[in-house]
Design a binder for this molecule. Structure first.
Ligand code: SF4
Length: 67
């Protein structure tokens, strides 16, 4: 996604079975290849992770930032 992934939308490389279609491919972004799951971001379930991502999207939105 050359222009970045808009908040609230899934990555274009995410398959219907929630796997990465370019896993192991050199086109896979470094941020994805180096990310290690942790409770702070992923929670304990898919629903938990989606809620946390939604909160991160919201608090990082330019309209909500002070800097
Ligand atoms: S690992 Fe990265 S490229 Fe693959 S589906 Fe997830 S966000 Fe997209």
């Amino acid at each position: 996604m050359p222009q970045g992934k808009p908040a609230g939308l899934p990555c274009v490389h995410l398959t219907e079975s929630y796997t990465c279609a370019i896993f192991g491919d050199s086109r896979r972004p470094t941020v994805c290849a180096t990310f290690r799951p942790e409770i702070a971001f992923c929670g304990v379930s898919r629903d938990d992770a989606l809620q946390r991502i939604q909160q991160l999207d919201l608090i990082s939105h330019p309209e909500y930032r002070d800097d």
